[in-house]
Design a protein around this ligand. Structure first.
Ligand SMILES: Nc1nc2c(ncn2[C@@H]2O[C@H](COP(=O)(O)OP(=O)(O)O)[C@@H](O)[C@H]2O)c(=O)[nH]1
Ligand SMILES: [Mg+2]
Length: 235
C-alpha cells in the first residue's frame, strides 16, 4: 500500500494516480490529507468513484508531514491492511515507474530506499548549489547516524509491515526531513535489512513546497542526537 501525505495537492493527485495505475496496477493508495484548503480531499473522493483501491484519511488540520505519515502507517498496521507500505510524495517528484522494482525488493529486504545518491540516481532540474547542499547534508547525516543507505532524506521508502511493528512509531517525534532519518535510524537499530534503488527526483511543477527553516534545523539536529545515542547505546 502506498502512503501519500497531502497538503494542497489538488492538481497533482489525478495525474499521480493515473501514473501509479499504469506502473503498478491496483496497488492500494492511502492519502493522508490535512484538510487541505484547496480541496485535495474532494478531488480524492471524486477519483474514488471509479477506483476502489483508493483510500482517504482526512485529519483536522495541518499537522505536519511526519505526523501524517505516522498516523497513516499506524492505520495500515493496526487494521492489517497490507504486508508492505511505501511512502511516497504527492507532487510527482517520485516516479511511480520505480514502484515495481521496490515491490520486488520488499520480498527480500525490510526497507527499500529510493536513493538519489547511488549510480543511476539524481535530481532533475535542481541548481548545482541545491544538489551540493542536499548531497552534503546526506554525507553528514550518514556519518553521524551510521544508517546503511546513501539517501537519508528521501521520502520514497518502502517498508515491510513486520519491520515497522518492531519500532514504536509513537516515539518518533520529528516531522520534516528528520522524520525520514529517524525512521531509518530506528529501523537500522532494530536490525532491518536495507536495499536501495536509484531514483531521479523531479522538482514539483504544481503547488508549493512546504519546506521551511524549522524543518531544516530539525534535520541538522537529528544526526547529532542519533550519534549521541550510538555512543551511549541508549534507546
Ligand atoms: N498531510 C500532510 N502532508 C504534507 C504536509 N506537509 C507536506 N505534506 C506533503 O508531503 C509531501 C512532501 O512535501 P513537499 O512540500 O513537496 O516537500 P519538499 O518535496 O521537501 O519540497 C507532499 O506530498 C506534501 O503534500 C502536512 O503538514 N500534512
Ligand atoms: Mg516535494
Amino acid at each position: 500500500m502506498l502512503i501519500i501525505p497531502t497538503y494542497n495537492e489538488k492538481d497533482n493527485v489525478a495525474p499521480l494516480v493515473e501514473r501509479v495505475r499504469r506502473a503498478a496496477g491496483n496497488e492500494p493508495i492511502l492519502f493522508a490529507d490535512d484538510n487541505s484548503p484547496d480541496g485535495t480531499a474532494d478531488e480524492v473522493r471524486r477519483l474514488q468513484e471509479r477506483d476502489p483501491y483508493l483510500h482517504l484519511m482526512v485529519r483536522p488540520g495541518k499537522g505536519g508531514y511526519g505526523s501524517a505519515c505516522r498516523q497513516a502507517m499506524k492505520k495500515v498496521l493496526t487494521e492489517n491492511l497490507d504486508d508492505h507500505l511505501i511512502q511516497f510524495d504527492a507532487d510527482l517528484s517520485h516516479a511511480p515507474e520505480v514502484l515495481p522494482r521496490v515491490l520486488e525488493l520488499l520480498k527480500q529486504y525490510d526497507v527499500v530506499v529510493g536513493s538519489r545518491y547511488i549510480p543511476g540516481g539524481g535530481s532533475a532540474n535542481w541548481a548545482l548549489r541545491r544538489k551540493m547542499l542536499s548531497y552534503g547534508a546526506n554525507l553528514y547525516a550518514r556519518a553521524l547516524t551510521g544508517i546503511p543507505a546513501h539517501d537519508l532524506t528521501t521520502g520514497f521508502v518502502g517498508y515491510r509491515a513486520e519491520i515497522l511493528r518492531r519500532i514504536d512509531l509513537d516515539r518518533i517525534k520529528s516531522n520534516g526531513y528528520a522524520f525520514l532519518m529517524e525512521m531509518k535510524f530506528n529501523l537500522h537499530r532494530c536490525g532491518a535489512r536495507f536495499a536501495e534503488v536509484p531514483i531521479i527526483f523531479a522538482e514539483r511543477e504544481a503547488g508549493v513546497s512546504k519546506f521551511n527553516r524549522q524543518i531544516m534545523i530539525e534535520g541538522v539536529k537529528f544526526p547529532v542526537r542519533a550519534m549521541l545515542k550510538r555512543i551511549s547505546r541508549a534507546d
